[in-house]
Design a protein around this ligand. Sequence first.
Ligand code: GH3
Ligand code: MG
Ligand code: MG
Length: 308
Amino acid sequence: MDTQILIVDDDDTIRYLMKEFIETVGYKTVTAANADEALQALEAEKFEVIITDIMMPGMDGLELTEVIKGRYDAEVIVMTGYSGDYSYEEAIDKGASDFVFKPIRFEELLLRLRRVLRERHLKKELQNLAITDGLTKLYNSRHFYNELELEVERSHRYHHPLSLVILDIDLFKQYNDRYGHLEGDKVLSKLGKAIRQSLRKTDSGYRYGGEEFTVILPETVCDEAENVAERIKEAIETKILYPEGGESTHITVSIGVTQYLPGEKLTDFVKRADKAMFSSKQQGRSRITVFADPSLSQPSQENENADL
Ligand code: GH3
Ligand code: MG
Ligand code: MG
């Protein structure tokens, strides 16, 4: 089990006993003697739950709870004596998930800890469901716009490159017409898998529309994004499909690739990727078009010459 628990208490004995007990039941623990140490630990490692005393020199446990809930994705359980100095309401108000009284009864603490973890995992599952497309197991379009906004902001702030890939299945209406919608759905599901397997750790794939997909590639320049696009294209197009009532076949995809230009609007960025994809369609489908620079999203050289 790699669930990490951070124990914060200024009392050495309590810290030691809690660490021993919580490790006995199978969780990993780190201890901190005050809020500063706790925040250092949180910067260095990821914790699912922080169990903190309230009364501590320096920043108290309630303030610490507030800081944790503002900065980190973690649950907090607070501990206090029977003094009545702090109320359950105050702790919950700061974002704590539960509250235990000192002297600590370890069995009770364990029950509460397990409940907090269970609820946390349930919450995560629900959050995942809300951002995942059921058919392809890729993220959905709502999540796409949220993530793209975050990545654009990051790219802007740190001057790091950011690329976007848009992909559309070629002549998918024909496939549906020929083999039926259900067989079409199977293709979408397989394509979702092919995309997921072709991505690098930092990339994320989305079902953008019915048979349109996007990939966000942080820290990536156009050329590298093109390599990823090529890998995805090959993974999809080499997959042999066996639709019911038909002969073995395969599908092709048209892809657009572009890189974020500092300061541009998110919608312009997406539109350029879309135009690149559309250009792939116009040039005969089953290809990748890269618009590295906005001037390239204007009609291509050949078209311009043809107009003269
Ligand atoms: P193009 O190469 O120009 O993209 O041609 P196309 O036929 O793929 O494009 P068009 O936009 O005309 O048709 C898209 C098709 O995608 C029509 C629709 O039935 C199919 N489609 C969209 N969502 C789903 C889905 O969830 N399941 C299935 N089976 N088909 C879908
Ligand atoms: Mg299509
Ligand atoms: Mg389409």
